[in-house]
Structure formats: structure tokens, C-alpha cells
Write a protein that binds this ligand. Structure first.
Ligand code: SF4
Length: 292
């Protein structure tokens, strides 16, 4: 849950999730519909699907235990290099480092080099002896991440308080390196088409859409476009910006009233649904409330 999501956003979801699934077996017995409903609003829904799939595999093939080898961990859905190393350190207390943004920044400052100039795996391998002197590998990984978040912060690092300042090249150097600027995500334009049954207060949603992500989730028909324009038979409602995961969207919202269900669609209430509805779709519900 914490991937790409802040702790304070995650906490209520996490607590609620544990109430429903107090252990691995109870999660493994569940289904996607249930898990997605509990995840509703947290975004990055692939995480929920992968978590469920991984729980099922662990119970079936690994006697409900987490593998101790990185090669086996990385075979599980949704577990890449970072998560595998984090799990090895946190769960099995193995000498390894999960390289996240914070850890990269700390190392790159200590060396006074840009992140793209450092081979982090090689760096860790070469310095294994000094890095893994402690037996508390789990605490070490956690502290490294926290150090990056609280002391060696992205902006204005607290160098004068820092216990590494005597060895840190960034602190000691007159020529401090500058990190490359992140490439800005390009905004994409989409037309969203809302078929609304006014008498029943319902909207037609489909899983067959052209968004290119949120696959298998219910959305109104949506098409990528390069402009906002009058469209025959459709009323223009509004324009709004939205971010989903790491994507930026400029949405032109169109609507029309109808009682016949469009092809490959399903009617959904604009107020309350038992079915999982992604946050993006809920935002559209809110936008069009004034015309229903
Ligand atoms: S001295 Fe400053 S830049 Fe160097 S590790 Fe400490 S906080 Fe980071």
C-alpha cells in the first residue's frame, strides 16, 4: 500500500484491510472483487491484484511462508528488485539494501555525484563489509530510508546536524553536484462521454475503453483527443484536470440523456454501488451531479 502513497493516506486503508484479512490465509481465500472494494480510493489498483495473487501463491506453493531467496521472491506477482530486497531485510533480516529514492539521494550526496552516474548495486557490493557490519539489517535499511526522508532531505538537507558531515563529499565540496531535473509528465487530452438515464439516476459504464490504463475497471466511454470541440449529439459539460497514478489528464466531459444501454456497458447508480468503482469514475459522478 505504501508504494507511491503517503503513510497518512494509507493508514485507514491498512487498518480496515487487516480487519477483513487478519492473516495471509484469509486474504488468499478472498477474491478480486472484495479486495478491490477495500482498496477503493487508494489508486494503483494493480498492487491490490498482485497482493491477492501473491497471497494465493504463497499459501499454495510456499506453505504460507515468504521465500528467503531473492530469485524466488521476484517470481511473485508485483515483486521487483526493490520490494524483494525490502522484504529480505525487513522480514528475514538479511544483509541487503532496498534502494528507494531516499537511499539513492543519500548515497549520491555522500559521493557528490549525480544518481545517474552511480551503479548502486555495484556500490553496495563493493562496500558490503563496511555497510553490513551490523546484525540488525532490518533496522539498518529502515534507518537509511528515514535518514534520507528526515535528515538528508530532498531540499535543504540538515547538514549541520548530520553525523556524516565529516565524510560527506557533498557537504565538504565547494562544487556541489546538481541532480538532473525530472522530465515533466506530458498532459494528455481525453473526451469522456456520459450516457445518463435521468429518470433512474444512472450512468452507463464500460470496461471497454481507450484509456490505456485502469484496464478492466468501469469507466464511461473515453477517447484520447488533441482538442476540445463541439461534438454532434453531445452536450459539453466541463473541463477538468486529473492525475491518475503518474499520469496527467486533461478531461473534456460530455453528456447526453438516454434510456437505452449502449453496447458493452452496464448501468450504475450515480449514488451508491456495491461494485468497485475507481476514484476517477467517482470524480466524474461528482462533476455531473448538477445535471441529474
Ligand atoms: S552532510 Fe548533508 S548532504 Fe551529507 S549526508 Fe549529511 S545531510 Fe546529507
Amino acid at each position: 500500500m505504501l508504494q507511491q502513497t503517503q503513510v497518512k493516506t494509507t493508514l485507514p486503508y491498512f487498518k480496515n484491510f487487516l480487519l477483513h484479512f487478519p492473516n495471509l490465509k484469509s486474504l488468499a481465500k478472498s477474491n478480486e472483487k472484495k479486495v478491490l472494494k477495500l482498496w477503493e480510493g487508494l489508486g494503483y489498483y494493480r498492487r491490490a491484484r498482485n497482493l491477492l495473487a501473491t497471497a494465493k501463491i504463497l499459501v499454495k506453493e510456499h506453505d504460507s511462508k515468504l521465500p528467503k531467496k531473492i530469485i524466488d521472491l521476484k517470481k511473485l506477482p508485483g515483486i521487483g528488485d526493490y520490494t524483494a530486497n525490502a522484504l529480505l531485510a525487513f522480514v528475514h533480516n538479511q544483509p541487503t539494501i532496498a534502494i528507494d529514492g531516499n537511499v539513492k539521494r543519500v548515497f549520491s550526496r555522500i559521493l557528490n555525484k549525480r544518481e545517474n552516474e552511480i551503479d548502486f548495486n555495484k556500490l553496495i557490493e563493493t562496500n558490503r563489509k563496511s555497510l553490513f557490519k551490523t546484525k540488525r539489517h532490518s533496522d539498518f535499511v529502515e534507518s537509511l530510508m528515514e535518514f534520507g526522508a528526515l535528515v538528508c532531505k530532498p531540499k535543504e538537507p540538515l547538514c549541520f546536524k548530520c553525523s556524516l558531515k565529516n565524510t560527506c563529499r557533498y557537504f565538504k565540496s565547494d562544487k556541489k553536484f546538481k541532480q538532473l531535473k525530472k522530465i515533466k509528465t506530458k498532459i494528455k487530452n481525453y473526451n469522456v462521454f456520459c450516457y445518463i438515464d435521468k429518470t433512474k439516476n444512472k450512468i452507463a459504464l464500460t470496461k471497454k475503453h481507450d484509456l490505456g490504463f485502469l484496464d478492466n475497471f468501469y469507466l464511461p466511454p473515453i477517447k484520447e483527443t488533441t482538442f476540445q470541440n463541439k461534438i454532434k449529439y453531445w452536450n459539453f459539460h466541463s473541463n477538468f484536470k486529473n492525475s491518475i497514478s503518474n499520469k496527467k489528464l486533461n478531461i473534456n466531459l460530455y453528456y447526453r440523456f438516454c434510456s437505452k444501454l449502449p453496447l458493452q456497458s452496464q448501468w450504475f447508480s450515480l449514488k451508491e454501488n456495491n461494485e468497485f468503482i475507481p476514484t476517477f469514475t467517482k470524480k466524474i459522478f461528482k462533476q455531473i451531479l448538477d445535471i441529474t
